[in-house]
Design a binder for this molecule. Structure first.
Ligand SMILES: CC(C)(COP(=O)(O)OP(=O)(O)OC[C@H]1O[C@@H](n2cnc3c(N)ncnc32)[C@H](O)[C@@H]1OP(=O)(O)O)[C@@H](O)C(=O)NCCC(=O)NCCS
Length: 190
């Protein structure tokens, strides 16, 4: 679990703009079925959520819940094709905003898109007076950890998950340690 500052001078995000050829759309202005497919695709690269696919009704219910905030749920689209290629979403939780997912499809990575998406949503939070935002990141997710630490994120806690596989022979100690940390999206609402 991380706490990430939102002030642009602290994160160093300033007013980072989308890379050339990409545009940002609010999630209440996009095609929900295509957003669901983007979400499915991004989850394949998040440790702990690979293999996940949404049911259409469940995705709509989870997305447009009480914590949905169109100002902090932003989708990146390729201006040439209209394809959705990345997203950042911050849930409007009662006590503190929570970064549910930052994700960029593989062909669009390392061009500053994630930084630009976070600059956008954190900028909204900063203007509203939210000093920081929480996020959960699996320790195995080195790209995401590096990204968040580069913004000044501090670790504030963690979860160790033990997994006992049903069809595996186990040693005398019982279960096996699967991973330390805690996935951003182990629950459905990532
Ligand atoms: C993490 C992720 C969102 C980064 O997206 P991106 O658009 O490539 O990120 P950016 O280009 O804005 O990179 C910003 C910084 O993040 C760090 N970073 C990004 N990818 C990295 C990688 N593979 N390894 C190490 N550092 C990385 C770097 O510090 C980078 O700055 P630099 O390019 O100047 O070195 C992307 O890899 C992704 O979607 N991963 C799968 C989904 C996921 O795991 N989401 C997070 C769940 S917690």
């Amino acid at each position: 679990m991380y706490r990430i500052p939102t002030h642009p001078d602290v994160t160093g995000l300033g007013s980072a703009q989308p890379p050339p050829g990409l545009v940002f759309l609010s999630a209440d202005k996009v095609a929900v079925d295509r957003l669901r497919l983007l979400d499915d695709a991004l989850r394949q690269d998040v440790p702990g959520t690979d293999g996940w696919t949404w049911d259409d009704d469940d995705f709509r219910a989870e997305t447009f819940c009480a914590a949905f905030d169109p100002a902090t749920y932003v989708v990146a689209a390729d201006a040439a094709t209209g394809d959705y290629v990345g997203l950042a979403r911050v849930w409007k939780n009662p006590h503190q905003p929570r970064l549910g997912l930052i994700g960029v499809l593989a062909p669009y990575r390392r061009r500053g898109l994630a930084r630009a998406l976070l600059a956008h949503v954190f900028g909204v939070l900063h203007e509203r007076g939210s000093l920081d935002v929480t996020a959960e990141v699996d320790d195995a997710n080195s790209a995401s950890s590096a990204l968040l630490r580069s913004l000044g994120a501090h670790r504030i806690g963690g979860v160790i998950e033990y997994v006992r596989r049903a069809n595996r022979r186990i040693g005398p100690a019982g279960g096996s340690l699967a991973r330390a940390g805690g996935s951003l999206a182990r629950s459905s609402r990532g």
